[in-house]
Design a protein around this ligand. Structure first.
Ligand SMILES: [Zn+2]
Length: 110
């Protein structure tokens, strides 16, 4: 069972108290963007075996969205952080790099 901690209210609970919202840190494309960029925004998602950054919502609690860094294979949760960020916090990245020396963060798409 995946156990998460809500960044907004601090409650730690099993994943059934939360709702997954997909990949975190997507760059949004709207009117005026190319069809390729818009298609990528709508349909292209990472599905890594390992470290992944995701959006979650505390649906049976405070209702807030937050981000989680976790390992999709082991379900190890590295931490949760505010959804009002464009990138994960540096201290969380350092913690992941300590635990997964072979992991490299995917470069942000322009
Ligand atoms: Zn909460």
């Amino acid at each position: 069972m995946l156990v998460l901690t809500c960044h907004a209210c601090g409650v730690t609970a099993e994943e059934t108290e939360f709702h997954a919202g997909g990949e975190a840190h997507l760059k949004r494309f709207g009117p005026g963007s190319s069809e390729t960029d818009f298609e990528g925004y709508l349909f292209m998602r990472d599905n890594p075996k390992g470290v992944h950054f995701e959006r979650w919502r505390h649906v049976y609690g405070c209702g807030k969205w937050f981000h989680v860094a976790r390992d999709t294979m082991t379900l190890e949760v590295f931490g949760s952080y505010s959804a009002q960020t464009y990138t994960p916090p540096d201290d969380l990245i350092a913690q992941i790099e300590d635990k997964r020396p072979d992991w490299t963060r995917k470069a942000a798409t322009a």
